[in-house]
Design a protein around this ligand. Structure first.
Ligand code: ZN
Length: 290
């Protein structure tokens, strides 16, 4: 049996696991993301003697996932202390002589859902996470979306809600989507954590207003066959129906497809792989190397 290695490199924790081509995860560990030296020492210890045949790595970013680029395999401009310009893949290659595939955590999650989850059997999908940040990845025509680098769909511009005076928290753009709708923006705007806000709080219709605009842009540009929404903020299960309603209103019947006109509840969905979306995504990246 082929044993694949999977690494979900997150800003707060790293999850490592081994699994197979069918998407089954056989074993996993997780540890806090501290310094690169300490964190990577634990990653390397975990994979020693596991005899993996390929490693998939889905990482927080921004990263350089473009094979052949001088900084391929590096984390690039993250504000996270110690990790900017760190060569993740280079460090792994010092210890493991197996093929490796490196991409964003959200591209990995999109690939995982495409391979084994909510978008299985389709030709395209988009995965968006809404948590401490907002990021999205996409599979288009069976391939992960890359270009100059990777997409940064969390930082698109959105129309402001007329009742929103919050200036936004993105250090680069202030009131981009992430600056207005990620978890820290909800907390700063309403002066309490999103998880403490009641379901009927105006925060949630404002949140749906922003996220729906983003989904509309992704639908118009990429035309994905399925949209999967994960991340901590999306644990508010009442948010999903509100987002679907806003998306439908915004599109206003312009794109004539039954998924958008009649079956929005099957078009914008939660991850099928649940909390495994990240690690399964890394496993799907590894599977691509076989
Ligand atoms: Zn931004």
């Amino acid at each position: 049996m082929t044993i694949l290695g999977a690494i979900e490199a997150g800003g707060t924790k790293f999850v490592c696991g081994i699994g197979d081509e069918q998407g089954h995860i056989h074993d996993r560990v997780s540890f806090a993301t501290t310094t690169p030296e300490e964190t990577m020492r634990q990653v390397i210890q975990y994979f020693e003697r596991k005899d993996v045949q390929a490693i998939g790595l889905g990482s927080f970013g921004p990263i350089d996932p473009i094979v052949g680029s001088p900084t391929y395999g590096h984390i690039t401009s993250t504000p996270k202390p110690h990790w900017a310009r760190y060569n993740l893949i280079g460090k792994l290659q010092e210890h493991f002589d197996v093929p490796m595939k490196f991409d964003t955590d959200v591209n990995g999650a999109a690939l995982g859902e495409y391979t084994w989850g909510a978008a299985r059997g389709l030709g395209s999908c988009l995965y968006i996470t809404v948590g401490t940040g907002i990021g999205a990845g996409a599979v288009v025509g069976g391939s992960l979306l890359q270009g100059l680098s990777h997409p940064e769909m969390g930082h698109i511009l959105v129309r402001r809600h007329p009742e929103d005076a919050y200036q936004g928290h993105c250090p680069y753009h202030n009131d981009c989507l992430e600056g207005l709708a990620a978890g820290p923006a909800i907390e700063a705007r309403w002066e309490q954590s999103g998880s403490d806000l009641p379901e009927d709080h105006p925060a949630w219709s404002m949140e749906a207003f922003y996220l729906a605009q983003a989904l509309m842009s992704y639908i118009l540009i990429l035309s994905p066959q399925k949209i999967i929404m994960g991340g901590g903020v999306m644990k508010q299960s009442h948010l999903m129906p509100e987002i679907r309603k806003h998306v439908k209103q915004l599109l206003n019947g312009y794109v004539q497809h039954p998924s958008l006109l009649d079956h929005m509840d099957k078009y914008i969905v939660a991850p099928n792989l649940g909390d495994d979306a990240g690690l399964s995504g890394a496993l799907a990246l590894a599977k691509q190397l076989l």
